[in-house]
Design a protein around this ligand. Structure first.
Ligand code: SF4
Length: 343
């Protein structure tokens, strides 16, 4: 990687981000973990894209790669991450910048922000909430202390924090889980980013607080117009939050569609199995379906379709030997799937 951007590449649609064939490997003492094996997707401007899949499928690594926050044992060894700050502008390839370059520090926290899963471990316990929000504002927006304090209070008010002046001077341990997550959202939105990456932001919260936080994120998204990449393993959250969905399995996007198509016309056997394993209110008979087997050992390489050892409709001699290409099943709605049943 170099610090110099290459010639800008144009994207066909107005996408805030277009990830193309992204490959990330982790070099550990036990061997190489191929975390991302050619991930491709786009996030249209102003939309919410849900990234779903089981633990270990590469959802968080994809988000971390866009922020250039992958741990040092991880190496990005192929692909592009094209980020387009404004409609009609020229996209830049984020991977052209070193992770600690001034260009990347300018983008991170300013144009692209991230909300992490566990706010207690993401907020610094030694600084007040205001100090932590103001740090981003002073770095990217204004160095004026009075103005940055004013903006910090404004953004805390916007996320529905009760008594924002008092909360601003509190330390993270003095707040409840829901309030800490609101503070994280306030920090992420303090510089009105073009893209917000939310990595399972409600997993650590109880269901009532989760519902409040999801409502708040949807409200803020439509008010500010920020595009959101929403990483989750919860299909209920996807239905509530997302416009479009990318389903990931073993470091690849296996199906991409609108949220309605994912729920009403899923095509990939893995997506169908994921949906069948959701508990439903009122269902009193039968055993809840589960996906047979487990995600393969990350150090091994599965030949053919990565889902074939668990797939109930795998075609012998085909699925276990040939990797399925991406097939368009509905061009108008952008529905694509990686499965031999459709190729
Ligand atoms: Fe199942 Fe074959 Fe489709 Fe893979 S390619 S999901 S194994 S049917």
């Amino acid at each position: 990687m170099t610090s110099q951007p290459t010639t800008p590449t144009t994207t066909a649609t107005d996408d805030v981000v277009r990830v193309e064939d992204l490959q990330v490997n982790f070099y550990t003492q036990l061997g190489v973990v191929r975390a991302l094996n050619g991930v491709s997707f786009n996030i249209p401007r102003g939309k919410v894209l849900g990234i779903v899949g089981e633990s270990g499928c590469g959802k968080s690594i994809t988000g971390m790669s866009i922020m250039q926050l992958v741990a040092s044992v991880g190496k990005t060894e192929g692909g592009k991450i094209l980020f387009n700050e404004s409609a009609g502008g020229n996209p830049i390839n984020i991977l052209d910048y070193e992770r600690n370059s001034p260009e990347m520090r300018k983008i991170r926290g300013n144009n692209i922000s991230m909300i992490f899963q566990e706010p207690m471990s993401s907020l610094n316990p030694c600084y007040t909430i205001s100090d932590q929000i103001e740090e981003a504002i002073r770095l990217h927006q204004t160095e004026d202390k009075v103005e940055s304090r004013k903006r910090a209070i404004e953004v805390l008010t916007k996320v529905g924090m009760p008594n924002p002046d008092r909360i601003a001077d509190s330390f993270p341990h003095e707040l409840s889980g829901g309030m800490r997550q609101r503070a994280m959202i306030a920090m992420a939105l303090s510089c009105t980013p073009t893209l917000l990456i939310a990595d399972e932001p409600t997993t650590a919260l109880d269901v009532t607080t989760e519902a409040n936080i999801l409502d708040l994120m949807r409200e803020l998204q439509s008010e500010i117009g920020t595009s959101i990449m929403f990483i989750t393993h919860n299909m209920g959250v996807v239905a509530q939050m997302c416009d479009e969905v990318a389903v990931m399995y073993l470091g690849r996007v296996v199906e991409r569609a609108t949220v309605d198509d994912i729920f009403y016309e899923p095509r990939h056997p893995y997506t169908i199995a994921l949906l069948q394993s959701i508990p439903r209110l009122g269902r009193t008979k039968g055993i809840l379906a589960s996906i047979e087997g487990s995600v393969p050992d990350p150090y091994s390489r599965v030949t053919g379709c990565p889902f074939h050892p668990r797939c109930p409709v795998a075609i012998k001699g085909v699925c276990d030997t040939i990797l399925p290409e991406e097939t368009i099943v509905d061009a108008a709605k952008g529905h694509t799937v990686r499965c031999h049943l459709y190729s």
